[in-house]
Design a protein around this ligand. Structure first.
Ligand code: NAP
Length: 297
């Protein structure tokens, strides 16, 4: 068996097209969605992510406001900027690029974002909504994974899903989303015993560990669906290479569906950020969410 590849690049282009259409519907009503991004410090990878997010926003017609702050900025000044953006009517979404420098309390910063402008779903209120199965903002990466799963038109109900990783930004919300889809979920982490045996039981594997090629072919049940969230930079044959948490070449011979890295979850995360911005903009203006976007769920 060779797995079908879930093409995140192609799927994210489709999502972007729908977002673009929704933005044009809003603009016809004189509503101009805006996304503010904040980056603290000059970490090269984070700067590229934020730049790409701003570029993608512009491509679909969302106004982008980028704020680059020095590494040593005081927490109170970052909070002041967020407060200004909370009060700015041109801004519908506020994204703070993580990780923040150690002297800044990330929880405090994320909780200071107006929940109606939170586009990452990391704010306390929006995080709580997922766990109560209420309508809210779904974190971009797990939402991207869910849309990928939906795209293969598989029945999720009753499936055994194993999520590798329990971070607040990927593992935990992913598990809750799949629970809301009637999957039976197991989360494994660094203290789990016998990971390989647990993963082997999975119909769906979501790998969000941050270790290159962590998931091996012998851990995967024949025909399982595998979504690889990991982004790991390694040096192979003297060259820099981006790889996921799943040993792609091995696992593609076992899985029924597999997402690649690069070109998998990464582009979906950005499209979902744009989608969340449009959702928040529509909600804040008391406009029904555009059908073309809700249909993606
Ligand atoms: P994280 O906060 O570092 O969490 C990693 C998780 O993996 C933790 O729960 C950790 O367990 C677990 N883990 C670490 N070593 C393990 C081991 N040997 N066995 C089992 N579990 C282990 O990372 P994250 O933010 O969730 O990100 C995970 C990966 O996804 C990273 O490669 C990141 O770059 C990538 N990512 C990609 C996107 C995208 O858009 N594609 C978005 C976000 C993240 P403990 O909790 O016990 O420490």
């Amino acid at each position: 068996m060779t797995a079908n590849i879930i093409d995140g690049k192609q799927l994210s282009s489709k999502v972007k097209e729908q977002v673009k259409l929704a933005v044009s519907q809003l603009i016809k009503k004189q509503i101009y969605p805006g996304l503010a991004t904040i980056i603290v410090g000059d970490d090269a990878a984070s700067s590229i992510y934020v730049k790409n997010k701003g570029k993608s926003a512009k491509e679909v017609g969302i106004k982008s406001f980028q704020h680059t702050l020095p590494e040593y900025i005081e927490e109170k000044n970052l909070l002041k900027l967020i407060n200004e953006l909370n009060l700015n009517d041109s801004v519908d979404g506020i994204l703070v690029q993580l990780p923040l420098p150690r002297h800044i309390n990330s929880d405090l910063v994320l909780d200071s974002i107006d929940p109606s402008k939170d586009v990452d779903g990391f704010n306390l209120l929006n995080a709580g909504k997922i766990y109560l199965s209420r309508e809210g903002v779904i974190p971009c990466t797990p939402l991207g994974c869910l849309i990928m799963l939906r795209s293969i038109k598989t029945e999720l109900r009753g499936k055994n899903a194993v999520i590798i990783g329990r971070s607040n930004i990927v593992g935990k919300p992913m598990a809750q989303l799949l629970l809301n889809e009637d999957c039976t979920i197991t989360i494994v982490h660094s203290k789990t015993n016998n990971i390989s045996e647990i993963v082997k039981e999975a119909d769906i594997i979501i790998a969000a560990v941050g270790i290159a090629n962590f998931v091996k072919a012998e851990w995967v049940k024949k025909g399982a669906i595998v979504i690889d969230v990991g982004i790991n930079r390694i040096i192979l044959d003297g060259k820099n290479k981006l790889v996921g948490d799943v040993n792609f070449n091995e696992v593609k011979e076992i899985a029924s569906y597999l997402s690649p890295v690069p070109g998998g979850v990464g582009p979906m995360t950005i499209s979902c950020l744009l989608m969340n911005t449009v959702f928040q903009c529509a909600r804040r203006n008391n406009i029904d969410l555009p059908n073309n976007l809700t249909d993606l769920f």
